[in-house]
Design a protein around this ligand. Structure first.
Ligand SMILES: [Zn+2]
Ligand SMILES: [Zn+2]
Length: 287
């Protein structure tokens, strides 16, 4: 058994494509099963790897952009219905999380009531408990520590990255960010760094209609700079944005031109096992 297992459930952006579902990453460490973001399709991806909703100990949101949370109602309600969860789910996130959860529960009150009365589901299992967090340790249980740190999701969107530590090992998840010195600080010494990226033409400038989208994220060259400064045992791209026909080949080439350490372009359901021997990667194989 690895000390920490990380599975990329969704490696995409808001684009509704089949190859890359919405942002969501599962981290399993000891007895803890922790989910980071709940983008489109996260419930289906969890079922593909046989992790039912009732096994999730907590959900951590990097920020409240819809591509990181649109899977939440499905995960929460369909998960509750099917896996028969009987305890509330703690949802950690930036300012705004409490409000969102309160309104979600209101929006779905009809369904919740009917499932309790008609389908005899346990009401307690339908509860979401929001916890708005600040930078620092936000969760500590069964030897697993989750540390939130501020990232730079222009223009000043409250957003966190997370560092998860267990058994002398760690993984760092960037969330959505531009090049962030704070991330580099919090990621020091990590085994695995999962980082977002936006691959776009070099010529993209401020007059381009897609520039605002581009300005929220990390360029390939900046990601390579982060990898060089953190020096993780392995770096992996997830939340891969592609503009004007740029693709994974461009991402590979431009990263290699600026970074000579080990890195991989993430795919949905790719998993990483972290232990004393290092970080090993497994692509998804349908059993
Ligand atoms: Zn975002
Ligand atoms: Zn995003």
């Amino acid at each position: 058994m690895p000390v920490i297992k990380v599975t990329l459930l969704g490696t995409g952006t808001p684009q509704p494509i089949m190859e890359r579902f919405g942002a969501s990453i599962l981290v399993q460490a000891g007895n803890e099963v922790l989910l980071f973001d709940a983008g489109r399709g996260c419930l289906q991806r969890l079922l593909q790897i046989n992790v039912p909703y009732d096994k999730i100990n907590a959900l951590f949101l990097t920020h409240l952009h819809s591509d990181h949370i649109v899977g939440l109602p499905d995960l929460w309600l369909t998960g509750w219905l099917i896996s028969r969860r009987e305890i509330p789910l703690n949802v950690f996130g930036p300012v705004g999380t409490d409000d969102m959860i309160k309104h979600l529960q209101k929006a779905f009150a009809f369904d919740i009531n009917i499932r309790v009365e008609d389908d005899k589901r346990v009401r307690e299992g339908s509860k979401l408990l929001g916890k708005e967090i600040q930078q620092g340790i936000v969760y500590e249980k069964n030897g697993v520590k989750v540390i939130a740190f501020k990232v730079d999701h222009h223009p000043d969107i409250p957003a966190f990255g997370y560092r998860i530590e267990y058994g002398g090992h760690s993984v760092v998840l960037s969330g959505d960010t531009r090049y962030s010195e704070n991330l580099i600080r919090f990621a020091q010494g990590t085994d695995l760094l999962v980082h977002e990226v936006m691959v776009a033409p070099d010529t993209l400038n401020k007059s381009d209609p897609k520039y605002p989208q581009f300005a929220h994220h990390t360029t390939v060259e900046e990601a390579a700079k982060v990898f060089n400064e953190v020096k993780p045992k392995l770096a992996a791209y997830s939340h891969i944005g592609k503009l004007y026909g740029r693709n994974e080949q461009d991402l590979l080439k431009r990263t290699k031109a600026n970074y000579s350490g080990p890195f991989i372009i993430g795919e949905d359901l790719m998993s990483f096992s972290i232990d004393d021997t290092g970080v090993s990667v497994s692509a998804w194989q349908k059993k």
